[in-house]
Design a protein around this ligand. Sequence first.
Ligand code: UT7
Length: 341
Amino acid sequence: MSVAGRKSFGILGTGSAVPERILTNAELETMVDTSDEWIVSRTGIRERRIAAEGTSSSTLAHLAAKAALEDAKLQANEIDLILCATVTPDMAFPATACILQDLLGLERIPAFDLSAGCSGFGYALSVAESMLRSGPYKKAMVVGVDLLSRITDYEDRSTCVLFGDGAGAAILGQVPQGFGILAIELGADGAGGHVLQQPAGGSLRPASRASVEERQHYIKMQGSDVFKFAVRIMDESTKRVVTKAGLELSEVDLVIPHQANTRIISAAANRLGIPEEKFFVNVDRYGNTSAASIGLALDEANRSGQLKEGAHLVLVGFGAGLTWSATVITWWAGGLNDAAL
Ligand code: UT7
């Protein structure tokens, strides 16, 4: 909550990037036993983007980061902290955030990844906001990026129709009081982690001939369990975070939910009593892009002029962990304007 004398931090610019290659439902019909009708009616997804061979999370992160810098009218060397949320880093280490730092031509500033599945963008916003508030940092680059196509089993119809690749970026810095991030709720339920995981490739089950033959490097998901969790947690966390921000649900102007499934979004809207028209949806064009999803949607909302100064936004996500994140932001459209601080 904004308190007199307390600095406010918000978003100064946004950017996003998706690969050019479009994978349509019609093409998936030729790959697995599915249909456009099933996919659209069960998920709302019509197409998704797939990264070309040789590109990686850092490639898309870099494009999104450059777009966010341009939107914020900042030079890369004005950034002093980089956070990357991803479950598909370029490699286990170094962190994709460090690779991005190098691509941006930056040195020395801290750069690290965090893993919170599809809630990653909200987690990263929260960590960045805390570091800006408490540390010597002035401007943070937050990127949510995932190339889920790299870990999707295109022989498993229950998952391969859902996922796509993308990146969303935001630059955080000080904004005038009364604007910016008003409240954040993060949470996790580790006991539910087994319903959405990539079983092999880590220290528990390192890559081996058997792990590859058993297709254990691909996403395994119990979809209906995730569905129920998602609807419940979007409802509960949105209510809690809006109350924490000192607002009523009726004062929310736009909800930017994690883009997983239009049925999840409709069910959550119903429970919250917030009209569906107030939910930003682009899952039809990109599918579920995991940690990129909310940043990508936020950037599209920003660029299409839907974010008016003073508008109350709720960013709400859920994902592997199981995790969730909900953030209330009062939109500051003035960009970098030190005179207004
Ligand atoms: O970002 C967080 C990660 N994940 C999610 O957010 C996903 C959350 N879950 C979901 O979105 C939904 O659970 C799904 C879209 C994954 C599945 O929808 P559902 O309504 O929960 O379907 P279901 O899993 O209960 O499957 C219903 C039927 C099954 O057939 P039977 O057993 O009833 O004969 C499936 O085999 O649909 C079948 N099915 C398909 N049919 C055609 C599953 N996938 C497909 C498919 N095409 N692609």
